[in-house]
Structure formats: C-alpha cells, structure tokens
Design a protein around this ligand. Structure first.
Ligand SMILES: [Zn+2]
Length: 398
C-alpha cells in the first residue's frame, strides 16, 4: 500500500494515490455521536466474525477488546459512507451554491482542525501557493485534477456544468475514518493510523466523492438497492478514470483499484475495491475478506448498507472494466464518455436497476457509434459476462 508496493506505472502525482471512496464512517460514530439508520445498526451490532478469531496463530476467540474495537470501526468504514452523506446532504440542501462564471476553476480549502464542523477555517483559495500542510495541498490538487478531467474530457465546467466552486475541508474530526460529499463539498478525515491512512492520500477517493457530486447534478440515482449500487459504481468509475487520466494509464496497464494506499501497512490488502477482480481487494484477519461480487451469481441480497450498495456495485464495476479493457486504449475516452453521456443526458430513471442501466448504455452505444458497432458488441458481451440482462424500461425523468 505504500509507494514501494504500488505499480511503478509512472504516476506523475504519486502522493495522490490511496483512498477508496466510500469509507466514510467516523470515529465519532463509535462513540455514539452519529446515529446509524436502523438496518445499519443491526448490521454493525453483529460481531466482526473475522476480527473475533484473533490474529493468525492465536486461538479462536482470542481477539482483544482493542482488536474488536478496530475491527468494528473498520467494518463500519468499509460499509457505511453514504448513509452519513445523505443525512448531511439533507441538512445542507439549502446552502447556496457559490457560482463562478462557467469555465473557471475555483477551489477553496478549509481546515476543520479536528472539529466535526464544516467548512472550518479557510486555508487556501484559488491561485494561492501551497502551504505546509500536505493534506490541504493534496485536497487542493485533487479538486483541480477532477475539474481538469471534466473540462478536458466532457467539456463540462465543474460538477454542475456551471462552474461550481470546488470546496474541500481537511482534518475533519479526530482520527476520522471517513471522507464524504455532503451535498455541497468534499470532507476528508485523517484516518486512525491503525487501519486507515489519511483520506486525502488517494485521488481515486477524492474523485469518487466528487463523482457523487456529479451524479447529484446529473442523474441522482436513488441511494438504495440496485440504483444505489449504480450510484456507488458510477462514483467508482469516475474515481478510477480520473486517476488513470492523471497517471496516463491506459485500460490495460491501469490498476483498476479504488483507494489504493488507503490501508496502513498493518492491513493485508491493496485497496478498498478492485474493479478488475471484485472480492480480492483485501483479505485480512481483522477486516475479513473483500465481500464484493463480480457477477450476478454472487449478488448480495441484504437490507444492510442500504441494500448492499457498496457490495453489489462490484457487478457494474466489473462490467465497466470488461468493456473498457475489451476496447483497449484509454478507458476515459470511449467507455468513460459513454457512461458520462448516459448520466448527463438523464436518460435513466432515478430508481434504475442494473438491467435498465445496461439497456441505456447499449442505446447510448448505438447513438454514439452506430447499431452493431464493435463498441456495442463489446458492451453487450461485458453485461452478459457479469450476468446482467438489459431491460427495456420507459425512462421517466422529472
Ligand atoms: Zn460513495
């Protein structure tokens, strides 16, 4: 997870590698300051089976209190994020968007200085030189890279297409194991140092959170069940593509990991999620094994995690990976544009399931590349490989 174990693949911005997007649960949650939804509380209440057995070599049940505490917190972090995000988004709905004339990048970085309040004290605004704090600098750079990606690839001015000021708060909370989009800005914790490093250290995590912002301004897929898993998956696709774009990695050479470098060296894992091989990102005595399925055969039917939004997102993630690697070249070009066009044209109902989304991507492939094109065929094969059958459904959009 540290730089030595990352692919040498010439990332010109190595400090931006690390964090996956949906790890958004706070230390405060462990202290009861944050109230999880009922279904989530039940899930959290279950003891972490893997963590309880102790570390390798220890007898079953030898897990210490400390280990249980870490495992519980880590499990929450792995599964929660958006529940928190949506609660906050609701309370922040009325915060005015600060618009700049379209076409200009404007960033504002604030420092919460360990408090759980946003935005905190402004520490850097657009055009100012880097400061001493690496977290602030990485957040500033990451927001700029997301902006550049949208402008270069999709001719879009910021997340809303109208120059939305990109805001980020760093040093949120104490040892906060989370990062989230609160409906108006990105918020990054420092991590606990035991399981998670600072959340600003991964560009794919920064871009994933902003991907939720992009969805908010395009097709705001309902955050539960299959539409929620699509919301998570599209945020992952966005996170991976921004990272690949910045690193100059084509589809064949990219890691397809989300949150590479997020885990400390104490964790047996490479990232939060793997789009190339969902279910293989980590396998650790404390965290357990990455639970993501790659195909519908492994679909997780659960009430927890808003209906498994961070679990079943592995299925559309893997379809995108198969599609992009079958096409070859840069994934953000043909494959990424197609995904973007589907959400930007708002051709999906907000409660779209996997089959409806698959059908819309195939329709978009015909629009973009013609019926029967190699692109359409590769896409159909990718959906088939993960067991998703395209469903024709009337698109309804308000
Ligand atoms: Zn997310």
């Amino acid at each position: 997870m540290d730089k030595e174990t990352q692919p040498p693949a010439a990332d010109p911005h190595p400090r931006h590698h690390a964090v996956p997007p949906y790890l958004l649960v706070s230390m405060a949650a462990c202290d009861g300051a944050w109230e999880a939804p009922a279904a989530m509380r039940d899930f959290i209440a279950q003891p972490p089976a893997e963590g309880d057995r102790g570390l390798p070599g220890e007898p079953a049940g030898a897990g210490s209190e400390t280990r249980r505490r870490i495992a519980t917190r880590a499990r929450r972090t792995l599964l929660l994020d958006q529940a928190l995000l949506h609660e906050r988004a609701t309370t922040h709905t009325d915060i005015a968007r600060l618009l700049d004339p379209a076409g200009h990048l404007v960033r504002v970085i604030s420092d919460a200085r360990g408090a759980e309040t946003t935005p905190g004290t402004t520490v850097r605004t657009e055009g100012q030189d880097p400061g001493q704090d690496e977290n602030s600098n990485r957040a500033y750079d990451g927001l700029g890279e997301v902006y550049e990606f949208l402008a270069d690839m999709f001719k879009r001015s910021s997340l809303d297409g109208a120059g939305l000021v990109l805001r980020g708060t760093v040093h949120y909370g104490q040892h906060y194991d989370n990062a989230f989009w609160d409906g108006t800005q990105m918020v990054m914790g420092d991590g606990d140092g035991e399981v998670f490093n600072s959340f600003t250290s991964s560009l794919s995590v920064i871009a994933h959170e902003l991907g939720h912002g992009l969805l908010q301004y395009t097709t705001n897929l309902d955050y539960r069940g299959q539409s929620g898993a699509l919301n998570e998956s599209i945020a992952d696709v966005f996170g991976a593509l921004v990272e690949q774009f910045v690193a100059g990695d084509d589809a064949a050479s990219a890691s397809w990991l989300i949150g590479k470098g997020l885990f400390t060296n104490a964790v047996q894992g490479v990232a939060l999620r793997s789009m190339a091989a969902p279910g293989t990102a980590y396998d650790d005595p404390i965290l357990g094994k990455d639970p993501q399925p790659a195909t519908m055969a492994g679909y997780v039917d659960t009430a927890a995690d808003n209906g498994g939004v961070h679990l079943n997102s592995g299925i559309p993630n893997h379809a995108f990976y198969l599609f992009a690697t079958a096409l070859g070249g840069n994934a953000w070009e043909t494959a990424g544009s197609l995904w973007f066009n589907v959400i930007a044209t708002r051709s999906l109902p907000q409660d779209a399931d996997f089959g409806t989304f698959a059908e819309q991507t195939l329709l978009q492939a015909r629009r973009d590349h013609g019926a029967g094109s190699a692109v359409e065929r590769a896409l159909a094969e990718a959906w088939d490989a993960v067991g998703v059958e395209p469903v024709i459904q009337e698109a309804v959009h308000g």
